[in-house]
Design a protein around this ligand. Sequence first.
Ligand SMILES: NC(=O)c1ccc[n+]([C@@H]2O[C@H](COP(=O)([O-])OP(=O)(O)OC[C@H]3O[C@@H](n4cnc5c(N)ncnc54)[C@H](O)[C@@H]3O)[C@@H](O)[C@H]2O)c1
Length: 358
Amino acid sequence: MVGYAFMGAAHSQAWRTAGRVFDLPLRPDMRALCGRNREAAEQAAERLGWSSVETDWKQLLTRDDIDLVDICTPGDSHAEIAVAALEAGKHVLCEKPLANTVSEAEAMVAAAESAAARGVHSMVGFNYRRVPALALARALVAEGRLGTIRHVRAAYLQDWIVDPEFPLVWRLQKDRAGSGALGDIGAHVVDLARYLVGEVESVAAQVATFWPGREVDDAVESAVRFADGAVGTISATRFATGHKNAFVWEINGSKGSLAFDLERLNELQWSEGTGGFRRVLVTQPDHPFMELWWPPGHVIGWEHTFVHEILHLLTAIADDADVAPHGATLEDGYRAAEVCDAMLRSSESGERVSVEYR
Ligand SMILES: NC(=O)c1ccc[n+]([C@@H]2O[C@H](COP(=O)([O-])OP(=O)(O)OC[C@H]3O[C@@H](n4cnc5c(N)ncnc54)[C@H](O)[C@@H]3O)[C@@H](O)[C@H]2O)c1
């Protein structure tokens, strides 16, 4: 694993836990943590459960005892590490957004495709696909239980940079993060929209940076048209005062609607027809991923999504199967990047922009 701060800790917990909950086809052995400062990396490795340390990620690729590289660094290093790892024959789990630019994402897809021909697998960490309630939502939509989808309204709402004095951390630096709310949390919304409903055809977006001197966008609001005719909105903002990490969804179809709120992630609201919403508690053993967790009603949390992600990736590797459609491929990461890029171009031009894939 490269990088050991926020996502590094979340992934480490998942690597430690996955094999203890699920009957994995491959048992993870947490061989090496990579961080640039040896002393700090050694302390992190001890705390997080990794058995050795490297200070240069390139060293990981030379080691025969390493089969998979988990990339938990900021977006500016994803492409270089992932392409080199795939070329070295290592499976890759790469955090989102896949890359900071569309062209980097394209290069990563090319590397993933040629690696796949050699049995080397890769996945992007769009972990919200692995929330049981959202996996259930996807199944209900795919089974036609909602009928023809008319609307999708989705918003990812945070408020951590409303203070104009907030320091210029890497997420606010253009060369490190690529973009702001759009590429960070907006990419999650775009990926889930594609996962739940289907391809985005065009966008009319407005991006905003509220404090002068900030390098990246603070917020994006976008009117979206889907390829199958549904229309909706996608919002992502770090200026929604009072919201810490709200991720709210509503999908309306001709036969009913679904609604979801990450702050109540064990629940899905379901209206069959126009009957009104009822709560589905997604903790039954026949709900996605729930069979091996706790008895019904014993709720799970945000960190479990990473455990599910690892279960999914290791199963794909063991079966030599694609992580698609339920796990996000590097192609999915590239497509999310194209949609985000179209939003930026739409905001700049003031025009609706079609999303064109390579
Ligand atoms: N899936 C999610 O829900 C989710 C949530 C938060 C962040 N992320 C993504 O995870 C990635 C990391 O974000 P974070 O919040 O963990 O950031 P962070 O700042 O908490 O951690 C980044 C880590 O990368 C290390 N690092 C940076 N460059 C490195 C290099 N060249 N070699 C080795 N280590 C290096 C840093 O020292 C640090 O340990 C980003 O792509 C971010 O978008 C995903």
